[in-house]
Design a protein around this ligand. Structure first.
Ligand code: ATP
Length: 322
């Protein structure tokens, strides 16, 4: 006759430390195990091994395994800009890679539904996300960053002409994907203040927003508008980044300021928000980005500005941990 004790004895010694309770009644063995700290596949393996070991016990007709997992406290940081083309996607990809290098588990959501560019930046091999039921499984980029982008879900080169509700659904599917152990989601927003931003703020309440601008007056005015939108939605502003700040001549290395200089810092400070740093306009940044090798993945000069801004974001995340 099988009993709770015989079921317990059937559990392999190397798994028993994870088992919290075992019950056996009417042919059904119920096991509760602690899968905290285990990744998705290790947890699935633990479940399978328990089912096999206990299922082999005479008199056991059914094995029910319940795994307790650590609840990952996942935070959401959106990267926005008032205006297109200021380098929001480039910054998002490089911040993600830099934070992953610091040991953070990071996911990137490319919410720039109409002009997704994270695949080119982070996963030029163009992996396809899998789906389990209705849940998407993000692609693992080679930089240790998980990625979901509309570009993975639609055919390359096709224009995306969606209406508001469809955009909201696509965003929701990406945000509610199986992000597993990711503790931080960086969301690359489309430029401006449209449907995606509103859905994002109302439904997912980001923990903070990074606003990117270039030094031109027009970009700064638009950035101010983006900051205002976040402020109205009570999303804390992590800070402002000035991209394309100063042109580094690829021939002589001289720095000039075709778009002006320092405007973003002045604007951020006057609104009472931190200035996170500036990234120079450098041809090597564009070339590296276009070939899917974010400068922050390497120790070269072009990655330095991104690494410094990522460190500031990391400090902000640590300081605002509840
Ligand atoms: N600091 C930089 N130096 C050189 N090129 C840059 C820099 N930042 C961005 N770029 C280039 O500028 C272009 C626009 O950048 P990116 O796509 O990141 O902007 P965006 O704000 O996300 O644009 P969109 O509005 O299309 O989403 C890209 O070709 C990118 O490689």
């Amino acid at each position: 006759m099988s009993s709770t004790e015989t079921v317990q004895q059937a559990i392999p010694a190397e798994l028993s430390a994870m088992v919290r309770s075992v019950k056996f009644a009417d042919g059904v063995a119920t096991i509760i195990a602690d899968a905290g700290g285990l990744g998705r596949s290790a947890a699935a393996q633990l479940q399978k091994e328990l089912e096999e070991a206990v299922g082999a016990v005479e008199g056991v007709h059914e094995v029910r395994v319940a795994l307790m997992a650590d609840k990952v406290k996942r935070r959401i940081i959106v990267v926005g800009s008032g205006k297109g083309g200021v380098g929001k996607s480039t910054l998002t990809a490089n911040l993600a890679v830099a934070l992953a290098r610091q040991g953070k588990k990071v996911g990137v959501v490319d919410a720039d539904i109409y002009g997704p560019s994270q695949v080119m930046l982070l996963d030029p091999d163009r992996g396809k996300p899998r789906a389990e039921g209705n849940t998407l499984i993000p692609v693992e980029s080679e930089y240790g960053v998980k990625l979901l982008s509309m570009a993975q879900l639609v055919e390359g080169g096709k224009a995306i002409a969606w209406r508001g509700p469809m955009v909201g659904q696509a965003l929701t599917q990406m945000m509610e994907a199986e992000w597993d152990d990711a503790e931080l989601l960086l969301v690359d927003l489309p430029p401006g203040t449209g449907d995606v931003q509103l859905t994002m703020m109302q439904k997912f309440k980001p923990d903070g927003a990074v606003v990117v601008t270039t030094p031109q007056d027009l970009a700064l005015i638009d950035a101010t508008r983006a900051i205002d939108l976040f402020r109205q939605a009570e999303i804390p502003i992590v800070g402002v980044v000035e991209n394309m700040a100063g042109y580094v001549c690829p021939h002589c290395g001289e720095l000039s300021d075709p778009f002006g200089a320092g405007g973003a810092e002045v604007a951020a400070t006057s609104m009472g928000h931190p200035f996170l740093g500036r990234v120079p306009l450098h041809m090597a940044i564009r070339v590296a980005s276009d070939t899917g090798t974010p400068p922050a993945a390497n120790d070269g000069e072009q990655g330095e500005a991104f690494l410094a801004i990522a460190a500031r974001l990391g400090e902000w995340l640590d300081a605002s941990r509840s």
